[in-house]
Design a protein around this ligand. Structure first.
Ligand SMILES: C[S@@+](CC[C@H](N)C(=O)[O-])C[C@H]1O[C@@H](n2cnc3c(N)ncnc32)[C@H](O)[C@@H]1O
Length: 307
């Protein structure tokens, strides 16, 4: 990794070579950079891999191409900037009006309470970046605040045949909450990262007894290619993706509505790209909750209903 970081900084990253089963010995594995003169390749059965994502500043994408960390940052900036900048400016103005210690204290108290009460049953905390997030539209894992779903959805709004989908479900915090707190017929999580989905699966399995809705499905795929079930009545988004991915998912929901007209509600936490939903002409905003004590915009939750 040190050598690779050095080569990457000079713009000449090399393939990582992994050799296994050195003849005459028990299983052995050794990794080196392509062209390393100290290794005699003939001694190993060789597997080739693209440079790893990690300490090096280049990542190998699943399609085999290399992606520089800087390109990644600027792609994301392009995709997300317009919507996000406005918010950041507004936030800055707002925070100036509140003493810092108050906002910090409120965050610490609510995080502590959540850890003591709920997070001891399931592990969904922490921000996590996976290789799958190296795409200009995709947002890394960060769990919803524990009150987000409640802000967007009252128990009485959920009927026995209601179907809930969390688009970009991560470690399954919202999937768990939806299945444990509400009487849905089915709860589905759609997540791009299999590693995050594995954590979600174990969270759900460990708490099966506590679930009101036992029919929980966790699908690993890009939300843009996920076939919207024609009985889905609630879609949840905690700013999981932007750009074309978000547009395509919203279009797919509209197409599902055309196939099977019904009332669908979209609960959008951190609703930075609500214009995409409203531009379809098929949804209207019915409410927006305050984003906590200081009305932090990224913690706002908006609800849209099909017209
Ligand atoms: C901000 S997190 C929200 C996690 C979860 N919904 C919650 O509220 O706790 C966004 C999630 O969307 C996932 N994601 C990003 N792009 C995706 C895509 N194209 N398809 C499916 N999931 C995606 C990320 O892996 C991440 O887990």
């Amino acid at each position: 990794l040190v050598l690779q970081a050095w080569h990457a900084a000079r713009g000449t990253p090399r393939d990582v070579v992994i050799g296994v089963t050195r003849p005459g010995r028990a299983f052995e594995a050794h990794a080196w950079l392509e062209g390393d003169p100290s290794v005699r390749e003939g001694e190993f059965e060789v597997l080739r891999r693209q440079p790893p994502f990690g300490n090096a500043s280049v990542a190998a994408l699943p399609n085999g191409s290399l992606f520089e960390a800087d390109d990644f940052a600027s792609h994301r900036r392009e995709a997300l900037d317009g919507a996000v900048n406005e918010w950041i400016e507004e936030e800055r103005r707002k925070y100036k009006r509140f003493p810092r210690f108050l906002t910090g204290l409120s965050r610490t108290v609510s995080t502590l309470l959540a850890r003591l009460v709920v997070e001891r049953r399931i592990s969904t905390a922490g921000i996590q970046l996976e290789l799958d997030h190296f795409h200009p539209d995709r947002v890394k894992y960060e769990p919803s605040g524990w009150r987000f779903l409640r802000r967007g959805l009252k128990r009485r709004e959920v009927t026995k045949d209601a179907v809930f989908v969390d688009f970009g479900s991560g470690k399954g915090r919202v999937v768990y909450e939806a299945a444990a707190r509400y009487s849905f017929a089915r709860v589905i999580g759609v997540e791009i990262s299999e590693r995050l989905n594995e954590v979600a699966r174990s969270n759900i399995e460990r708490n099966r007894k506590r679930l009101k809705c036992k029919d929980v499905e966790l699908v690993t795929c890009d939300a843009a290619v996920y076939a919207i079930p024609d009985d889905m009545t609630f879609g949840y988004f905690y700013f999981p993706f932007a750009g074309d991915t978000f547009r395509v998912v919203v279009e797919n929901i509209v197409a599902s509505l055309e196939r099977k007209p019904r009332r669908v509600r979209l609960i959008y936490a951190s609703p930075k790209l609500e214009d995409v939903i409203l531009a379809t002409g098929r949804f209207r905003r019915v409410r927006t909750s305050r984003g906590g004590l200081v009305d932090f915009l990224p913690s706002r939750v908006s609800v849209y209903e099909s017209t």
